[in-house]
Design a protein around this ligand. Structure first.
Ligand SMILES: Cc1cc2nc3c(=O)[nH]c(=O)nc-3n(C[C@H](O)[C@H](O)[C@H](O)COP(=O)(O)OP(=O)(O)OC[C@H]3O[C@@H](n4cnc5c(N)ncnc54)[C@H](O)[C@@H]3O)c2cc1C
Length: 235
C-alpha cells in the first residue's frame, strides 16, 4: 500500500442491531493481510479529518473490507453514517499481530459486542479455506436482540462440528436457556478444559479486555497461550 494509504470506495452499510453498524469498502489494489489484523481508516468529519483503527471483520478471501462498529454519535461515526455508495475514503494497513500462531489448530475466544471483529475474521477465514480450525467462542452481549452476526455464527456451528459458540447474555429474556451474566472463569470451565491445546484470544474495548485478561489469569492460562487486542479509543 502506498505512503499515506490508499483511496478505496464505500460500497454499503447494514445495521446488525441497535447502535451497531457494519460498513463495506472495496479492497486497495494489491492489498493482502492475515486474518485478525487491523487497518486505519481516515474520514472527513465535521471536526476535520480523523483517523481510527478497525480490525478487519472480513476474511482475506472476501471481496470487500468490513468494519463492524458501535455508533456512538461521535464526529467519526456520524461521518461513517453519512457515507454514500461510491464515496472515496483513505485506508492504511495492515497492522497488528492478533493472528493465529503457527501450528495452532484450536482457538478459543473471549469476546463481546463489536470486539468480535478479529474472531470473525479468523474463524471465517478457516471456514472459507476449510482449514478445520477448532473454534470455541464465548460471545458476551446484552440480550437476544443484539448479538451481531448471530445468524452466520449459528450456520457455522451447524455446518462445522469443530466450531462452538457460547452466547453469554447479561440481561436475557426469562426463557433464555443459555449462559447469563458476564463471562467468568466458571463460565469457561463449564464448556472446556482451558489447557486442552487451546490458544486464547481476547479482543474488544478495554472495558471488556481487562476483565477477560483476569479470567484467563484465574484459569492459569499463560501469555504463551494467549493473544490480546485492546480497542484503544473506547472507554
Ligand atoms: C487495534 C484496534 C482495533 C480496533 N478495532 C475496532 C473495531 O473493530 N470496531 C470498533 O468499533 N472499534 C475498533 N477500535 C476502536 C476505534 O478505533 C475507535 O476508537 C472506537 O470505535 C471509538 O471511536 P468513536 O469515534 O466512537 O469514539 P470517540 O469520539 O473517540 O470517543 C471516545 C469514547 O467516547 C465514547 N463516545 C463518543 N461519543 C459519544 C456519545 N455521543 N455518547 C456516548 N459515548 C460517546 C465512545 O464510545 C468512546 O468510548 C479499534 C482500536 C484499535 C486500537
Amino acid at each position: 500500500m502506498g505512503e499515506g494509504g490508499s483511496r478505496v470506495t464505500f460500497t454499503g452499510s447494514e445495521s446488525p442491531c441497535a447502535s451497531t453498524g457494519s460498513f463495506r469498502f472495496s479492497r486497495p489494489a494489491g492489498y493482502s493481510y492475515t486474518a485478525g489484523q487491523y487497518f486505519r481508516l481516515t474520514l472527513e468529519t465535521r471536526e476535520g479529518p480523523q483517523t481510527k483503527s478497525f480490525s478487519h471483520c472480513d476474511a482475506p478471501g472476501d471481496a470487500e473490507t468490513l468494519v463492524l462498529t458501535r455508533l456512538t454519535g461521535s464526529a467519526f461515526k456520524d461521518a461513517l453514517l453519512a457515507l454514500r455508495p461510491g464515496d472515496l475514503v483513505t485506508v492504511e494497513g495492515p497492522f497488528g499481530r492478533l493472528v493465529l500462531p503457527a501450528g495452532v489448530d484450536r482457538a478459543a475466544f473471549l469476546v463481546g459486542g463489536v470486539g468480535i471483529t478479529p474472531m470473525r475474521s479468523i474463524v471465517r477465514d478457516s471456514v472459507l479455506r476449510g482449514t478445520g480450525l477448532a473454534a470455541l467462542v464465548f460471545d458476551g452481549n446484552l440480550d437476544e436482540t443484539c448479538v451481531p452476526m448471530r445468524g452466520e455464527f449459528d450456520a457455522w456451528e451447524r455446518e462445522n462440528p469443530g466450531i462452538t459458540f457460547v452466547h453469554v447474555l447479561e440481561r436475557p429474556s426469562a426463557d433464555w436457556k443459555g449462559e447469563r451474566g458476564f463471562i467468568t472463569a466458571e463460565t469457561v470451565l463449564r464448556h472446556c478444559d482451558p489447557h486442552d491445546g487451546w490458544h486464547w484470544f481476547v479482543s474488544g474495548p478495554p472495558a471488556m479486555v481487562d476483565p477477560m485478561g483476569r479470567v484467563l489469569e484465574a484459569l492459569g492460562v499463560d501469555r504463551e497461550h494467549s493473544s490480546f487486542e485492546s480497542f484503544a479509543g473506547y472507554e
